[in-house]
Write a protein that binds this ligand. Structure first.
Ligand code: SF4
Ligand code: SF4
Length: 377
């Protein structure tokens, strides 16, 4: 495993981080549970192979992820870094922050959290919750008490807001110590800001390095970009992320042991692109930018749709067709979807709730119409 200095936090972080948002689950009596046995096996295997950063959040896996992670890492808790997040509820006060922190500590069955994030913030949450309710001070107090070791944030907004958050926090005497943000082959919008915060000493982590699973399909993308022989697309995605000298860790939401094995192999090979390779590839990537005009990360925040349209799945078909050129495969996916009674744009009742919830601010209805037409539906 490849390790890097995690900004100025004094920690060493593994190049591959374990995202615990897609742990294996099963249903019983209409309720969802995490498959603890498989989870224990996956996390232990990752740890034994050098992964030392495990990222969870209160809502992941139907609110079961934190407890499942706590159980899985029990035997090696003091040798790893645990990251979790404070939900930015509209009524978040200092007291509630504290209650949520204590709930996470309890679920994780630990006496401290290594990286505690203000979760998915943008300018609005920073101004209207964090600044207004003095939450930076609340976080600093929790840090002094040893309940959290580092103050962090994860981010969803225009990239320029990152500078505002980091600089404002610093000017108020509470430094942000690490940042988790979207960054991958097809979405490099935060790249400049990753460089900026890295220069200020923050640890930097990419979420979605494999594009919400979209880059899992085999492709000749790498050979098209470089003229070299093809490599697996997830490998390309990782090597690209890890080749960025300003990025410390790529977080992958791993669902099964095979994924853990594959990712560890890529992160262990010392296979990150060199800085010059990374730069060359970046230039070639400009060429494929045209493919990412419909950038759906598959986060599912737009779900459920009241009439049951599986929006991320339909957008995934578009990516297969237009980014990877897998036209037949995309057509086949639509046929399968329809066979199972899948709803499409023609069932849309135009309520607009999906668009209000999409962190990518996609014009979902317009795009659904376009994709459904394209795929002959
Ligand atoms: S606008 Fe259409 S696609 Fe979006 S949630 Fe409403 S019914 Fe579903
Ligand atoms: S909320 Fe937006 S980005 Fe997330 S799955 Fe839905 S359409 Fe895609």
């Amino acid at each position: 495993m490849n390790y890097r200095d995690f900004g100025n936090t004094g920690e060493k972080i593994s190049a591959l981080g374990f995202g615990c948002m897609r742990l294996p689950e099963y249903e019983k009596d209409g309720k969802s549970f995490v498959d603890q046995e498989k989870t224990d096996e996956m996390l232990a295997f990752a740890f034994e192979n050098g992964v030392n950063y495990f990222d969870t959040a209160p809502h992941y896996c139907n609110h079961n992820s934190e407890a499942a992670v706590g159980h899985a890492v029990k035997a090696f808790r003091d040798k790893i870094l645990i990251s979790t997040k404070c939900p930015m509820d509209d009524d978040l006060t200092g007291d509630k922050y504290r209650r949520l922190l204590e709930r996470s500590l309890k679920r994780l069955d630990t006496d401290h959290i290594d990286f505690y994030h203000f979760w998915g913030i943008g300018r609005k949450q920073f101004d209207e919750l964090i600044l207004k309710n003095n939450l930076l001070e609340t976080a600093a107090r929790a840090k002094q008490e040893g309940l959290i070791r580092h103050i962090s944030f994860s981010f969803h907004d225009d990239p320029s807001v990152i500078k505002y958050i980091v600089d404002t926090s610093e000017s108020l005497g509470v430094k942000m110590e690490s940042m988790l943000c979207q960054y991958n082959l097809l979405d490099r919008a935060n790249e400049e800001m990753i460089k900026y915060v890295h220069g200020k000493g923050l640890g930097t982590i990419a979420m979605g390095p494999v594009g919400g699973g979209r880059l899992a399909a085999p492709t000749d993308l790498y050979s098209r970009l470089t003229g070299k022989s093809a490599i697996a697309t997830y490998e390309l995605a990782f090597r690209f992320c890890l080749g960025n000298p300003d990025l410390n860790c790529a977080l992958s939401g791993m669902q099964n042991i095979d994924m853990v094995r594959n990712n560890i192999k890529v992160a262990s090979d010392g296979a990150a692109f060199s800085e010059s390779e990374w730069q060359q590839l970046g230039e070639a990537l400009e060429e494929i930018k045209k493919f990412s005009e419909l950038y759906c990360t598959g986060c599912k925040y737009c779900q459920p749709c009241p009439v049951g349209i599986n929006i991320p799945h339909i957008f995934e078909m578009y990516t297969y067709r237009n980014v990877y050129g897998l036209k037949d495969h995309a057509g086949h996916m639509m046929q399968e979807y329809l066979k199972k009674g899948g709803k499409t744009f023609k069932d849309c009742i135009d309520c607009g709730t999906c668009e209000k919830k999409c962190p990518q601010h996609l014009e979902i209805r317009k795009n659904l119409d376009m994709v459904c037409r394209l795929l002959g539906e």
